[in-house]
Design a protein around this ligand. Sequence first.
Ligand SMILES: NC(=O)c1ccc[n+]([C@@H]2O[C@H](COP(=O)([O-])OP(=O)(O)OC[C@H]3O[C@@H](n4cnc5c(N)ncnc54)[C@H](O)[C@@H]3O)[C@@H](O)[C@H]2O)c1
Length: 270
Amino acid sequence: MVDRPGRVEGKVIVVAGAGSVGPGWSNGRAAATLYAREGATLYLIDIDPDSLAETKRLVVEAGAACHTEIGDLTDSHTVRDLLADCVTRFGRLDVMHNNVGGSAPGGVAEMPEDLWDRQIEFNLKTVYLGCHHAIPHMRETGGGAIVNLASVAGYRHIGTPINAYAAAKAGVVQLSRAIGVQYAKEKIRCNTVVPGLMHTPLVEARLTKQRGNNDAEALIARRHAQVPMGHMGDAWDIAYAALFLASDEAKYVTATEIVVDGGLVMSAPI
Ligand SMILES: NC(=O)c1ccc[n+]([C@@H]2O[C@H](COP(=O)([O-])OP(=O)(O)OC[C@H]3O[C@@H](n4cnc5c(N)ncnc54)[C@H](O)[C@@H]3O)[C@@H](O)[C@H]2O)c1
């Protein structure tokens, strides 16, 4: 085996939403673990202590220095204070990985206003807050990279009514492009990973109830069948795209997206 430096060796990376909605490999957990395997120091934040502790266990097992904090990433003061704490502990903040998000079912006619507001806050405002509070720290050290999580639902209708989520994720894509352009001269890159249908714990933990009539097997078969490759992706597919965007391999890549979807958005009809 070739001995080489890690792909994010020496970088301090914040993963916002590093736990998992259920047992197994969520996108946030896989990304944190991959960053750890590739030489980063991790500062992990989540609202759920148990799932965050499990991610920390995996990150430490991978050999990385790691600090965890419980916090609500929809709260501006919390995000501000935690990112400042990261810099106090580790001296810098090189990569901000904004992973928090998730869909609530409904078209606009059915969706109550408070649920609309919460969806936008959960999926779009969390990204704004992560960027808003991370960029000043990145400036201090002459640059950085932001990796945001969107969804193919932000590009096109994916066969299920999740209107607020679709709008918020489209917002994440365009916000990230705008940030990438705006801060390019300051060497702060901003890109988005756009997952398609992934088989992460949320399929069994949440989607089966929300849109699968409590029949996980049928929902999984339907999701596999929707994808040109014939199967859903997994959290590692997302993590490897994020790793590239976070690393210096992507030093000339900003204001764009990597779509990780097995060909889904380019296919028709769904
Ligand atoms: N899995 C898929 O099929 C899929 C598809 C498209 C996009 N995505 C996107 O991927 C991202 C998440 O993927 P995941 O697999 O890690 O999901 P996940 O739901 O397993 O993990 C999200 C984590 O965020 C935490 N969290 C939720 N609200 C929070 C808050 N207010 N403050 C702090 N932490 C909070 C949860 O506790 C959880 O640990 C989301 O942005 C989602 O929209 C996933």
